[in-house]
Every structure is written in structure tokens, then in C-alpha cells.
Design a protein around this ligand. Sequence first.
Ligand code: FE2
Length: 527
Amino acid sequence: MFPPSSLLPVNRRVLLGGLVAAPLVLRFGRAPAAGAYLFPLGVASGDPAPDGFVLWTRLAADPLAPDGLGGLSAPIPVRWEVAADEGFSHIVAAGEVVAEQADAHSLHVEVAGLKPGRPYWYRFTAAGQRSPAGHARTAPAPDAPVDLLRLGVASCSHWEYGYFSAYGHMADEAPDLTLFLGDYIYEYTVGGARKANTVRSYDLEEATTLAGYRNRYALHRTDANLQRLHAVSPCLAVWDDHEVLNNYSGIWTQEPGAGGSDFLKRRAAGYKAFYEAMPIRRTRLDSRLQMPIHRRIRYGRLAEFFMLDGRQYRSRQPCVDVAGGAQGQIMTDSACPDRLDPSRTFLGFEQERWLYDGLARSNARWTILGQDLVMAGLRFEKAGEETRYWTDTWDGFPAARDRLTQALVTLKPRNPVVLSGDYHSFWTNDVKLDSRDSASRTVATEFVGTSITSGGPPHDALMSYMPSNPHIKFFEGRLRGYISIDVTPTRMLTRYRTVSNVRDPKATVATLNSWVVEDGRPGAQPA
Ligand SMILES: [Fe+2]
């Protein structure tokens, strides 16, 4: 989460979708309907490989049952089918799995043995009922040429701050892959004065338990636009902070002195619910309550995706105990030497090594890092003020960022492009070899997507710092939407798509502006 206006020295105050102490509004008690449809949460596919993909559904009779179990208890056998045609006349793979209570009756079917680079259709059947059909696609063979790959990039869909029309417009575009870069749900419920800015309520108390997190995902998946997007477009999903708790870092919360085993259990509940809700390959909590989700997906010769986890393995936010404050203080200045400590890590050293190994071996035309937080950096610097940094982004971990930018120079992966979320705003950035020096070499291009619905940062205040940040070529914090990208062998065309009004369920979509990255030339240019 970005800095609230209260931390920025301007007079203008903007109502933000920040974390607030939510009143505990309990409105549980939805009765399970007799003979209820078992697939009210839709279907999804993801993590494509040349010979298959993951198929997902979660059975539920009462999706928001207070115990988080969807109104089901007994194991339920489920048949899955993959067809080569939309009419399911030619079934090419099928099987039976059992949906169990331990995973809230979610299913992750890892289909293999299919042909590369082609569309498939899939569906589930359970207790005589059939799921909606979904569309999936295998990745092209690793050495196959690919002329065009269309991506949709989404982040930050707070249920209460708007309707998910942006997801509906993404579904209309039917991208080959949709990247979800975090804050797919929010753990908190809006209260107080900010409630005036909402269009609907979670009607759930703040998620802190497995049941609480499960029900957030379940509520989101009852949305017709989001269901349609998942049904038409395979996805690559990673998390940010709100899948667990605002601004947490590794095993620490942002509250001074907080964290420890209670938070670790809460984090594990959030992680398990994420796994249960997403079409990702099998992973699980280990004895340390960690759950690896970083992964590499190759899309023919055209692209290689590194989907990164920028939350789980991080060092603590620097200087939280020094600055204090009601929510902890993650805006630091030169009085925080901690920030510069080279032993601090953003990805965790294991994931860092995995990434560098992968970058060294990558030979695709485009190297795409899908991750949650702004990488290029933003110096809060102007005359008469001490320079400060918002430490929840890569700016809190400059030594780790230096290692990565140096690795991009040394290992020479082709055309690195970073896709980021979190900041509820559009940014077009040059990622510099030395983030302290805007004149240093550009080593990667970064596009930051705005939010699907969540409230934006203080736009005018942030704009006042842009003169000190010439590596940020474009910033817009007032609009909601998503990113649409066409990747071809010679160039990447990125469109910033905006919805007319998140308070309008029938909001229209438009292109704000477009950017081109040419093969062999880091840094985006206006299209
Ligand atoms: Fe967010």
C-alpha cells in the first residue's frame, strides 16, 4: 500500500482506500439452499505448460457459510473433462478427483499430455450437476515461434470501493494470459467516514482466520464479471499484502512490536485460502508455515515469465520501531540506516538465487517479471525537504534492488519488462541500474497497473515529486482500470485501460494512452 496523504507535506487531503480500524459487522447466517448448485464460484485455469495447465473449481452449496466450508462437509467425487472443441464433442482428457473439506472442496487438476500452443475447453461434473465451461490454452512448445501474445494485467480489487466492470472489460478482450499481481481480495472491511466512498459492503468481519479469508475469495468469485474473466482467460496469479494484512513484510506486521507466531498463523491462513482459490500448481504450507508460489512459465520463444513473491520472504520494514506511529511508520529518511543494510532481502535469498539462475538460462525474446511492488523507485525529494522513501516498495530494499539490476546487466536476459501492482496508479518507468541516479543506465522497462477498484494515492502530492524522478515517464493516480499488452517478436505495445466510473456497474472502458517497447531497447516510448 502506498503512502497516505497524511505522510506527504501538502495541504490537499484525498480520501484514500487505506487500512482503517473496521467495526466488526457480522451479518452471517445465510442458510444453505436445498439442492443448491455446486458450482456457484465458477471455474478457472492457469499456469500453462506446453502439455497442460491447471484446472480449478471450488464446490459450494452455501458459498459464504460462516465456517468457510461452503455448506459442504462430505468428500465429493468430481469428474473433469478437457475437450478440443467448444461443443465438447471431442474429449481429449478426463479423470475423476475428490473434492475434500480439508481444501474447502477446491480442486487443482494438473492436466498433462496435451498438445502445445492450442486452445482447449474444460468442465466439471459432480452429483449430476455440471459446471460452467471454461477456456484454457496450453503454452507453445519452448522453441516454437509465437507471433502475438495478448496479456491482461490486474491488481487491487477492493469489493467495497467499486463494481468489477474492469474485470468484465478484460474478459471481453479475452487475453491469452491474465496476470493477477496482488490484492485480489482485501482483508479489511471499510468503516467510519470512508464508508461513504463505498458502493457495497463485504458484510464480513476483517479476515484473520482461514474461514474469513476463504469467504473473501468466495464472495469475489460470485461476481459475474470476475467469473467470466477466469472462464475465458488462463491466469498467472501472485499475491501482495492484502491477501493477508496491509503492509506486512515477511513474518512481520507493520505494527511496532507486533508479529510473532500469531501473525505467522494468520499469514498461513491467508496463504492457504489463496492456494484454494487460485488455479496454481500444487503447493502447500511447510513446517515453517511457508508456501512457495514463485514460478517460471515459458511461452514459446516469445516470452518467459518469472512470477515473483515480494511479500513472504522479505526482511522487516526498516526502522518501524524508530518512527513509531499508530500504524507503524514506513516512510523513512536518512535517519534510517537500516534501509541500506545489504543483508536485507526483498525476495528472500533462495528466491533471489532461483531468479538469477533462471535469468541466466532464459533465452526468450521478452523476459517478464510479474510481481507486486513498484521496482523503479520514487524519491520523495524537493527543495527544503529531507529526501524520504516509502519502504513498502523496492525502495525499502535498495541493496536487494541493486543486486537485481546488476544481475540484469550481468546475465543479459533479453528485454526485461517488470509488471507491477500495489500502487493503485499507472506508472511508466525506466528501471535504472542505480536507482539513486536517474542518469544511470536503463536496465529494464516497468509498467505499473492501476487498481481494478481500490482508491488511488494522493495524485497531486505525488505529481509534485515527479521533477525529482525523471525515470518515471508517466504517472496517473486518479483512474481505475487495468493494463492490456500485445507482445510480438519486435515490440511490446502496452495500453492503459480505464473504466469510466467504478461506482457504475455498467462502466465503459477507454484507452488512456499507449506505450511501445522495441526489441533491444529498454524503456518505453509513447505509442
Ligand atoms: Fe491494493
